[in-house]
Write a protein that binds this ligand. Structure first.
Ligand SMILES: C[S@@+](CC[C@H](N)C(=O)[O-])C[C@H]1O[C@@H](n2cnc3c(N)ncnc32)[C@H](O)[C@@H]1O
Length: 250
C-alpha cells in the first residue's frame, strides 16, 4: 500500500473555473450536433442536399461550443499553472513576506506563494462559491497545501473580499486572481480593491489578475494614491481578455 502511494503520489487539484459554464458549452454543443444528426437521419432520403447542409451548419455550431468548453478546461488545468508561475515570478519574493491571497479557491496562488517562502506565511481567504470553481472548499485547499508540503506555511480562512478582517498595513503582498469580476456590483468591486489596498503595508505590493475590468481596478487604485501601477498586455487564456495589474503602496 505504502509502495503504491510512493509510486503514485497524490496530485494537487486546483479545480475547474466556472464549471457551470463549461458544462453548458458541452450540453449546448450536444444539442446542436444531435439535432443536426436527427434531422439528417429523418430527412436525408427525401431532401439529401438540404439535410446535409443543415447537418454541416448545426454540427459546426456544436463543435464550436465543444471547442470553447475544451479550451476552458485547458485554461484551468494547464495554462493557469503557467500563469501562476509567471505571476509569482513578477513578485520576486525574498522568502520572509506575509502574503494574502483574496479569493484563493483551491489554493493555486496561496500555495504557489508558500512554496517560495522560507520564514514567511501565506494566508488565503475565500467564500468558497462552487459556481466559480469546481469542488471549492477550505478543506480542498488545505488538502492541496498538504500534498504540496506547505501546510506549515499556509493559513486558510473563510472571509469576504469586501470586508477583510485583517488590520491595516498587515501584509507585504496581496494577490487576487480571477476573483473580483465575480462581484457583479461596481461598488462591491471597488470596495474589494480598497480592502486589499488597506491591508497592505507601506512598500507592499498588490497583484491582481482578472478578466474584463482591470482598468476599473487601476482607477480605484489611482484614486487611493497608488503611484506605481503596471498593467500588462492582454492575454486570452479564458476565451476572454485578461490582464495583470501590479501596484506598490508608497
Ligand atoms: C475563478 S475562482 C479563482 C480561484 C483562485 N484565485 C484561482 O485562481 O484558482 C474565483 C474565486 O473567488 C471566490 N470569491 C468570489 N466572491 C468572493 C468574495 N466576495 N470574497 C472572497 N472570495 C470570493 C470564489 O469562491 C472562487 O473561489
Amino acid at each position: 500500500m505504502a509502495e503504491a502511494v510512493a509510486a503514485n503520489p497524490p496530485k494537487p487539484d486546483y479545480g475547474l473555473d466556472a464549471p457551470v459554464i463549461v458544462k453548458r458549452q458541452f450540453s449546448r454543443g450536444g444539442w446542436f450536433a444531435g439535432t443536426g444528426l436527427v434531422l439528417f437521419l429523418i430527412n436525408h432520403n427525401q431532401y439529401p442536399n438540404t439535410s446535409a447542409r443543415l447537418l454541416a451548419v448545426l454540427g459546426f455550431i456544436g463543435i464550436a461550443f465543444w471547442a470553447v468548453g475544451a479550451f476552458m478546461i485547458w485554461s484551468s488545468r494547464v495554462a493557469k499553472l503557467e500563469l501562476r508561475d509567471r505571476l509569482l515570478d513578477m513578485l520576486q519574493l525574498r522568502g520572509d513576506e506575509k502574503t494574502l491571497d483574496v479569493g484563493c479557491g483551491r489554493g493555486l496562488m496561496v500555495i504557489g506563494a508558500a512554496k517560495r517562502l522560507k520564514s514567511g506565511k501565506a494566508t488565503g481567504i475565500d467564500i468558497w462559491n462552487p459556481a466559480d470553481l469546481s469542488g471549492n472548499s477550505a478543506d480542498a485547499c488545505k488538502q492541496n497545501a498538504k500534498i504540496e508540503g506547505v501546510s506549515d506555511r499556509v493559513r486558510i480562512e473563510t472571509g469576504d473580499a469586501r470586508r477583510l478582517v485583517y488590520p491595516a498595513g498587515n501584509y507585504d503582498v496581496v494577490i487576487s486572481t480571477l476573483m473580483i469580476h465575480n462581484l457583479p456590483d461596481e461598488g462591491d468591486r471597488e470596495q474589494a480593491v480598497r480592502e486589499m489596498w488597506r491591508v497592505l503595508k507601506p512598500g507592499g505590493r498588490l497583484l491582481i489578475h482578472d478578466i474584463f475590468r482591470t482598468g476599473e481596478y487601476a482607477r480605484t487604485l489611482r484614486a487611493l494614491g497608488a503611484m506605481d501601477i503596471t498593467l500588462s498586455g492582454l492575454s486570452f487564456l479564458w476565451c476572454v481578455p485578461s490582464r495583470s495589474l501590479l501596484a506598490r503602496k508608497s
